[in-house]
Write a protein that binds this ligand. Structure first.
Ligand code: ADP
Ligand code: MG
Length: 697
């Protein structure tokens, strides 16, 4: 805010000042209520309904001090955005005055009239009631505006029968399922796991574009679809890679400074910021947090990005591909597991036992990703993301795992029982051998892989910049839980039969590596050779959203999600329906928007220029001057205009068809329009150009 002082010491004080965190609650709750709520938040013990009234009252008191007049249950419906319906604390008394009230019941459960959210057939509108229920594991926070504020309470959103209508419910369920299996593996490794749980940690790196608001106001495509449907590439865009990590322009620094301060006040640990490869593209990464909180924080980050941009006369574009021909934006989903021992289990560790546990988890992930690459791909499918994943860009639609040479070599040694190329001193005996130190950043070099091991975490890079991280992490957690379940079942049986644990482990991992190593690929993922090789290996290459979403309808997917209690068969089906329809709608909007711009903006400009050229040919000829060049220019323009007009007609005819077919027609129309943009005088072109939008301050 504007009164933010510039002394560095002020920042830690203000970090989280708009959050009703454990730290804050301490001052507002009795010892008993505080301890009870703390147990729920930290250890996941069930919420004690007895304390609800006291917590609600404390939250209200705190929120009123922050200037709040309203509260809202803040949730994440299947639209992929966040939702809120404000209710004031104000309650009229009988004497013409009013009180500010907030009860435990209002905190715990809400019933928004939420009949217009997509449910994919989970509920008909006549029984459209949806309920929101408090998620105490993600703290309430206050969102401010100029003269007030609203208390936001993170909630899940379900139908009357408990069916999940949102993205948070399955996320919480998948975390539970994974924790169970991780603890089971911990027990096999002799760890004390009673009453403990495992957590997933997530650090989502967020890419975005900033464009001056004046340009966006003149681009119907950006306003309506979030991406440019037309636009000829300028001579210089990102070829020189001089924007990447470059000095940040003053205007952007001002934006980023306010952004970080605002995020910090909301308790969001924004950590790094830099210029990205494409001009006008930037990235923000937070320090990692517990998954549920990290997902909420990323949703909030996207909102704050847009709000602060507006204050600086900018528009923050979160679309996966706002500009054709230059880099798109993604979200790198940095994922790891913090075991019941409080340690990062994707860190190789520094003794043979930890090494063995790490390798077990690594192999479980190989199996998980190999078996369910299709579902992982489906979890990042959207009309916007198709422009990255299906095209020749980072990362490709083929899911593979990058482990780096050293780790790949270690797995090969386990598989073959032989000494590898890179490691001296005998073969690897799990639980006995020490792994060589893996240099943390040697593993991070391959930027082309969609799923890379980066030293102490996996980085799933196919997530779209605008997407919620919930879906991809639901899949990550569930497929990992399934593989750990399989491994634990096998090991428990072997041990019960009296076999030595490490021997059984060695054998299990050997078999799993042999069966699933085809998913490992350390080379350049952008090449045609890899596409051919992946096909030989039988790895799926699902280019488009409609193709990818089919993965949610297979018996394999239904069994997987139902077995771990993450999504019932009907809940899964509903997601398929919703995402399929979202895709069709999005593509339909793009087609109609493009047609409107083509007919009412581009065609008139091209026609007028054509008429003027014709006029100039005639006048040149009447004066007897040489009109050859004018005539050729006219021929070029009218040729391009005829092609453009044909593309308009083709798209109009295709409007009723399938989305995927419209995409091709839309691309043709764009090619024709961009050719015209190269022929019509810049001063008459009705849309701000790429050069203006990407380079002008
Ligand atoms: P880089 O990948 O650019 O080398 P870092 O490894 O420091 O940078 O982190 C990138 C992102 O990964 C950050 O958001 C960071 O918080 C996150 N990250 C780091 N360690 C973990 C972890 N154990 N679990 C989840 N995310 C992590
Ligand atoms: Mg990274």
């Amino acid at each position: 805010m504007s009164d933010m002082t510039r002394t560095p010491q002020a920042i830690p004080d203000r970090f989280g000042e708009n959050v009703f965190s454990l730290l804050t609650m301490r001052n507002y709750l009795s010892e008993k209520a505080y301890t009870s709520l703390r147990d729920t938040i930290v250890s996941g013990t069930p919420l004690d309904p007895q304390i609800a009234d006291e917590v609600a009252d404390a939250m209200k008191t705190w929120a009123l001090e922050k200037g709040a007049t309203h509260f809202t249950h803040w949730f994440q419906p299947l639209t992929g955005a966040t939702a809120e319906k404000h209710e004031s604390f104000l309650t009229p008394d009988a004497e013409g005055g009013a009180l500010m009230q907030f009860s435990g019941q209002e905190l715990i459960q809400g019933e928004p009239d939420a009949s217009s959210f997509p449910s994919g057939g989970l509920r008909a509108t006549f029984e459209a009631r949806g309920y929101t229920a408090w998620d105490p594991t993600s703290p309430a926070f206050v969102k401010e505006c100029k003269d007030g504020a609203v208390l936001c309470i993170p909630t899940v959103f379900c139908g009357w029968n408990g069916e999940a209508l949102d993205k948070k419910t399955p996320l919480l369920r998948s975390m539970e399922a994974l924790s169970l299996q991780v603890c089971r593996l911990g027990r096999l490794f002799g760890l004390e796991v009673e009453g403990k749980r495992a957590y997933v940690t997530l650090g989502p790196e967020q890419e975005y574009f900033l464009v001056d608001r004046r340009f966006v106001a003149k681009r119907l495509d950006l306003l309506q679809t979030g991406r440019t449907l037309f636009g000829r590439a300028p001579a210089k865009h990102q070829q020189l890679e001089d924007h990447y990590f470059g000095a940040i322009r003053t205007r952007v620094m001002d934006f980023m400074t306010e952004l970080d301060q605002e995020l910090w006040r909301l308790g969001i640990p924004a950590k790094t910021r830099h210029n990205e490869v494409c001009p006008a593209q930037f990235e923000l990464a937070p320090t990692f947090e517990n998954l549920n909180l990290a997902v909420d924080h990323n949703m909030l980050t996207m909102e704050v990005l847009q709000r602060i941009a507006e204050k600086h006369g900018l528009v923050c574009l979160l679309h996966e591909k706002p500009f054709a021909g230059v880099n798109g934006s993604g979200k790198h989903n940095n994922w790891s597991i913090r075991g019941p021992d409080g340690k990062n289990w994707l860190s190789p560790g520094d003794n043979p036992a930890e090494n063995a546990k790490f390798l077990t988890l690594l192999v479980a992930l190989l199996r998980a990703v190999d078996l369910h690459a299709d579902i992982l791909r489906a979890s990042v499918a959207s009309a916007g993301n198709d422009h990255r994943l299906g095209a020749n860009e980072a990362p490709p639609a083929i899911v593979s795992i990058y482990l780096g040479e050293q780790l790949t070599d270690i797995l090969a040694q386990i598989e073959t029982g032989c000494t590898g190329r890179l490691r001296k001193g005998g073969f690897i005996e799990l639980g006995v051998s020490s792994l060589p130190r893996l240099p943390r950043h040697a593993t991070d070099r391959n930027r082309t892989s969609p799923f890379a091991f980066t030293g102490n975490k996996f980085e799933f890079r196919a997530v779209g910049s605008r997407q919620s991280c919930a879906g991809p992490n639901v899949v990550m957690n569930t497929i990992t839980a399934e593989s750990l379940d399989m491994i634990c079942t096998r090991l428990e049986k072997a041990v019960a039969e009296g076999r030595a644990f490490h021997e059984a482990l060695q054998e299990t991992l050997r078999e799993l590596i042999a069966a699933h190593k085809r998913i490992i690929y350390n080379g350049d993922n952008y090449t045609a050779e890899w596409r051919a090789e992946a096909e030989r290996r039988g790895l799926p290459n699902l280019r488009t959203t409609p193709e990818s979403l089919e993965a949610l309808t297979t018996p394999k997917a239904k069994r997987l999600f139902a077995r771990y209690g993450v999504l019932s068969e009907t809940e899964l089906q509903s997601r398929y329906e919703v995402y399929r329809e979202q895709y069709e709608r999005q593509v339909g909007i793009e087609a109609r928007c493009a047609l409107q711009m083509a007919r009412t903006m581009i065609a008139p400009a091209a026609l007028a220029w054509q008429a003027e050229l014709a006029q100039s040919v005639t006048s040149l000829e009447t004066t007897g001057a040489n009109a050859t060049a004018a005539r050729s220019t006219l021929a070029e323009v009218s040729g391009a205009f005829n092609a453009f007009y044909a593309a308009i007609q083709a798209l109009e005819q295709g409007l009723q068809g399938e989305g995927a077919a419209k995409i091709g027609l839309l691309a043709n129309l764009r090619t024709a329009a961009d050719a015209l943009e190269g022929l019509v005088p810049a001063s008459r072109w009705p849309l701000p150009s790429y050069a203006e939008m990407l380079f002008m301050d």
